[in-house]
Design a protein around this ligand. Structure first.
Ligand code: GLU
Length: 498
């Protein structure tokens, strides 16, 4: 059975690249009734930020990508790496015993000093099979001194002992055979002086203990994979090694470099799923607050690096589960397009039932003065034209809180063009209406224009100014339908004050 995991580090708000990793893991698991796990990798406590963990869980909840393990309150604790310290210690001890790892006593200052010296002579220094011979570690110091240092609690780390010039190969499900040479790698720290394992150690031990069958993660982790492969080998877990798949990078819209956390500001579109308060105390909007439906956000992310091999572009989560395959993930970076994201969202909004959209909006957005029927009618007419849920909310505010949402410049200009007798005539006719259904209002307005021989172009904008106070929004007959007969008449009667 497929068992996959999403293993984020809570070092800041989850970026869309991270959400895509979660999604691909989810799709891959669900396709074969496998298990999707979540594990918080917080071994680097200096980089952990307090809100980040909840943010991750809230994002998955919004998207409905609910993990099978590591999710409920109890398992959340059990699967969090900072609560599993003792477990990793046993594996490190095993590596020390077999000679696959060693203890190093070099202080931070000593390491910095030697790095600086090498840097001055134009060389990059790393702790490896050559340099370790000149350092203070259990390979170079006499064993009684090592004992003494340990007995007196001298701070130390445990490092993986790499052989020189050894080839490490593994098959990546997306990239094919990948080969690294150990001569280019350093003796990675596995256990830190603060008693915490490093990412490499904890990640491999947990993937093993949690019976992970496939590791699907971002390309930035590819250079770590030879270390992980070596750890499996040295722990005698060769047969337990998961399969690896490294996802392509998300690129900026112009294809120029990786889409970073800062690009949102630069390009003016969200790069985070949910809103958060930034370091300089600014509220940064996410996809949710910008007005994306979760299924549209999922659809958009699914196509960033994967394609179905057909013309289909709009997918439900269910369709993605059925059609997703690692074979169709590309090796090259996926260019992000916000226009495409908007188009996908537009389609999902259009295809959703008015009932669903109504419930989603009421549940997820704070609406002042909720007039249920009016909002429902507005959604009914707006859903076929908007790109964002928030556009419906803007129109709602114009319907409900007209005075405070008037576009003054537009209003003042249009109001001068108003043809009072026609508006009076419209009011009189509206008063006679009994049936306020959409089809009837459409019919009524069409007849009104025809009977009076009026072109919509000649009264459209002034009527829009009177009814909604702004240039954009539904058509005039739709606005009449949404506002209802009485409110429409009230707005039109403003001509008597002008
Ligand atoms: N903790 C790593 C991260 O923050 C996980 C990498 C992996 O999936 O192995 O993305």
């Amino acid at each position: 059975m497929r068992r996959v995991r999403f293993a984020p580090s809570p070092t800041g708000p989850l970026h869309i690249g991270g959400v895509r990793t979660a999604l691909y893991n989810y799709l891959f698991a669900k396709q074969e009734n496998g298990k999707f796990l979540i594990r918080i990798e917080d071994t680097d406590q200096t980089r952990t930020v307090s809100y980040a963990e909840n943010y991750i869980f809230e994002t998955l909840e919004w998207l409905g990508l609910i993990p099978d393990e590591g999710y409920n309150q109890e398992e959340r604790k059990q699967y969090k790496q900072s609560n599993r310290k003792d477990i990793y210690k046993q594996f490190v001890d095993k590596l020390l015993e077999s000679g696959a790892a060693y203890i190093a006593f070099d202080t931070q200052e000593e390491l910095e000093h030697i790095r600086e010296l090498s840097h001055k002579s134009g060389r990059q220094w790393q702790y490896d099979s050559i340099t370790r011979q000149y350092m203070r570690n259990s390979l170079t110091l006499p064993s009684d001194e090592v004992e003494k240092l340990l007995a007196s609690n001298t701070p130390h780390v445990v490092r993986l002992k790499l052989d020189r010039n050894e080839e490490v190969r593994f098959d990546d499900l997306i990239r094919g055979t990948v080969v690294f040479n150990t001569s280019n790698l350093d003796d990675k720290i596995l256990f830190k002086s603060d008693g915490m394992p490093t990412y490499h150690m904890a990640n491999v031990v947990d993937d093993h203990l949690m019976n992970i069958t496939h590791v699907i993660r971002g390309e930035e982790w590819l250079p770590s994979t030879p270390i992980h492969v070596l750890l499996y080998l040295k722990l005698g877990l060769k047969d337990r090694m998961p399969k690896f798949a490294h996802l392509p990078l998300l690129l900026r819209p112009d294809g120029n470099g990786k889409l970073s956390k800062r690009d949102g500001e630069k390009y003016g579109f969200p790069v985070f799923p949910l809103q958060f308060i930034s370091e300089n105390n600014v509220l940064v909007k996410g996809y949710k607050e910008t007005g994306f439906l979760p299924q549209a956000f999922i659809n958009m992310l699914a196509l960033l690096g994967w394609n179905p091999g057909t013309e289909q572009e709009i997918f439900s989560l269910e369709e993605l589960i059925q059609q997703f395959s690692i074979d169709r993930i590309s090796k090259s970076g996926a260019k992000f397009s916000y226009d495409k994201a908007l188009w996908i969202n537009h389609n999902h909004i259009k295809n959703s039932s008015t009932e669903y959209l109504f419930d989603y909006i009421v549940k997820n957005f704070q609406i002042e003065n909720l007039e249920k029927e009016l909002l429902f009618r507005l959604i009914e007419v707006d859903k076929i034209r908007v790109n964002l849920i928030t556009e419906i909310l803007e129109d709602y505010r114009s319907c409900i809180d007209y005075e405070n949402n008037i576009d003054k410049e537009f209003f003042n200009l249009q109001i001068q063009k108003i043809n009072k007798p026609i508006v009076e005539n419209l009011i009189e006719n509206l008063q006679k209406i009994n049936d306020e259904s959409k089809s009837h209002i459409d019919e009524f307005f069409k007849n009104f224009l025809n009977t009076n021989n009026i072109k919509i172009g000649s009264i459209g904008l002034p009527l829009r100014a009177l009814l909604l106070g702004k240039k954009t929004g539904p058509s005039i007959s739709e606005i009449i339908y949404v506002l209802g007969k009485n409110l429409t008449i009230k707005r039109l009667e403003k001509i008597y004050e002008i």
